[in-house]
Design a protein around this ligand. Structure first.
Ligand code: ADP
Length: 485
């Protein structure tokens, strides 16, 4: 089975969030399940640079009005196709916005072109030794790739011959790709696509909406988030469509890359360890305290690794910092994003010298050192489609303290009395992202930390969890098979 995975990000080439981790991991996750996955990415400068020697395998004189080439390369040893369209992608910096943080005005064109290219490729536009290469299914990720199902449905390559089925995966409903109606005539879609069953959304072009309406199946990255987006609080306007798609919508948890996130083999750590050698974490804790300028002591060291946004509940974290310090806790935080939150964090750090350390920026290696040396990771997200940092926390015995929502609800077992008695607790959950619930969870965590035997048991349970791609790879492969049967 040949699968074309289409996305705007994939590790190690281009990443702004968890989407990239997932897209980068999928080819290997599917390889053992009879699915050969090729990944299609836009030709951002960083992607082209990493490609090295390339081979052009197809070209368009006009792809939504611009010339483009398709380059062939490798993504961690798996097939990669890169859409080289300099007019759309040859821009430095972040993939979606200019240096001032303003979204590029032509994002509709940049990512509709990606969808158009995916539909062409899947339908056999690319030839090898004169023979068209076809794909059995297209797997599109998030709004940037979500036009692919619309092109497959309304304007397939070569006319009507043998429609290619498609899946859209929602990694975050908050980002939808909404544009004005004036762009529609430039999409190369027939008039019938401008409808409630097509790409039209509230009088404009809705790119994620188009994918949700046109794909044969819709997945999101946890079963709980798949349920939550049926409601207005989480559906962000698309809840009606999600409900209407009924059983076509399902949730498949993300896995983590066990080769990159394994404390027994992690070269970023001062001391490597496994569940039988948890004492070795102390060396990592000391190193982390030194790195963040924190007091060295045996009290709980909390960590946070995140985008600094409202979604991630950073305002509530800020409110609860005095409480956290009052409990004898310390915090090491790594993040970037909202500048007002950054300023408030710096201000809290200067109010609590030695107790709160803040690092603004993006630093992959530091995030590993934090998971390997912190006692507990705080994830107070208002919504969380799956979340990866709590999974890394579980793997590293850095106990997750999470809001009971989305993938956080599905992956952490709260240390309530029943779970502790049964020996299955892996973390702490709380309901509702507000000061009272979060500060109570901090208190409960510090109490648990004080009961050293129980804390150790929770760490060990956490490290036993298998959130590798094994089960999820199987689930995607089963879905591909059902849609291509
Ligand atoms: P989201 O995709 O919503 O940002 P996830 O938890 O799904 O949240 O994924 C975030 C990913 O980005 C994780 O791999 C996390 O470790 C990483 N990450 C987030 N912020 C930083 C940062 N400042 N430095 C290093 N890694 C980060």
């Amino acid at each position: 089975m040949k699968v074309l995975s289409v996305a705007s990000e994939a590790v190690p080439l281009i990443k702004t969030g968890g989407l990239a981790d997932v897209v980068g991991a999928l080819p290997a996750a599917l390889a053992g399940h009879g699915a050969d996955m090729t990944t299609l990415l836009p030709g951002y400068p960083s992607v082209l640079k990493a490609l090295g020697r390339v081979r052009a395998v197809h070209s368009w004189t006009s792809l939504l009005g611009v010339p483009a080439r398709l380059l062939s390369g490798k993504l961690d040893g798996y097939p990669l196709l890169v859409l080289d369209a300099p007019a759309l992608y040859a821009r430095d910096g972040a993939p979606y916005a200019d240096a001032a943080g303003q979204d590029w005005g032509d994002n509709w064109q940049r990512f509709s072109a990606l969808g158009r290219a995916a539909a062409d490729i899947a339908g056999g536009a690319m030839t090898v030794r004169g023979k068209p290469v076809r794909f059995d299914i297209v797997h599109a990720h998030d709004w940037q790739a979500a036009m692919a199902p619309a092109y497959l449905r309304f304007a397939p390559f070569g006319g009507d011959a043998g429609r290619v089925p498609s899946i859209v995966t929602i990694h975050n409903m908050a980002f939808q790709g909404w544009f004005g109606p004036e762009v529609f005539p430039r999409l190369g879609l027939p008039g019938e696509a401008w409808s409630i069953d097509g790409v039209e959304y509230h009088g404009g072009l809705g790119m994620l909406k188009a994918g949700l309406a046109c794909a044969d199946a819709v997945t999101t990255v946890s079963p709980t988030y798949a349920r939550e987006i049926r409601s207005a609080a989480f559906g962000m306007g698309l809840e009606g469509l999600i409900v209407a798609r009924g059983r076509a919508v399902s949730g498949i948890l993300n896995g983590i890359d066990a080769a990159t996130w394994n404390p027994a083999k992690d070269g970023a750590l001062a001391a490597r360890y496994d569940a039988r050698k948890l004492d070795r974490r102390t060396a990592n804790k000391r190193a982390l305290e030194a790195e963040f300028g924190l007091d060295a002591d045996d009290g709980p060291l909390f960590i946070v690794v995140t985008r600094l946004t409202w979604q991630k509940g950073m305002d509530v974290l800020l409110e609860a910092l005095d409480h956290l310090v009052g409990l004898g806790g310390r915090l090491a935080l790594l993040g970037s994003g909202d500048s007002a939150i950054e300023r408030a964090l710096h201000e809290a750090a200067s109010r609590h010298p030695g107790r709160i350390g803040v690092r603004i920026g993006y630093d992959e290696a530091l995030s590993h050192r934090m998971q390997g040396g912190g006692d507990a990771i705080l994830v107070p997200s208002r919504f969380e489609p799956c979340g990866l940092t709590q999974l890394y926390g579980l793997a590293y015995g850095c106990v997750p303290v999470v809001a009971r929502t989305g993938g956080l609800a599905d992956t952490v077992i709260d240390a309530n009395p029943a779970a502790l008695a049964a020996g299955v607790a892996t973390g702490v959950q709380f309901d509702g992202v507000h000061y009272d619930a979060f500060s109570a969870a901090l208190t409960r965590t510090v109490d648990l930390y004080g009961r050293a035997d129980q804390w150790r048991a929770v760490q060990k349970n956490a490290m036993k969890c298998d959130f590798s791609w094994k089960a999820s790879g199987q689930a995607y492969a089963d879905l591909y098979r059902a849609l291509t049967a």
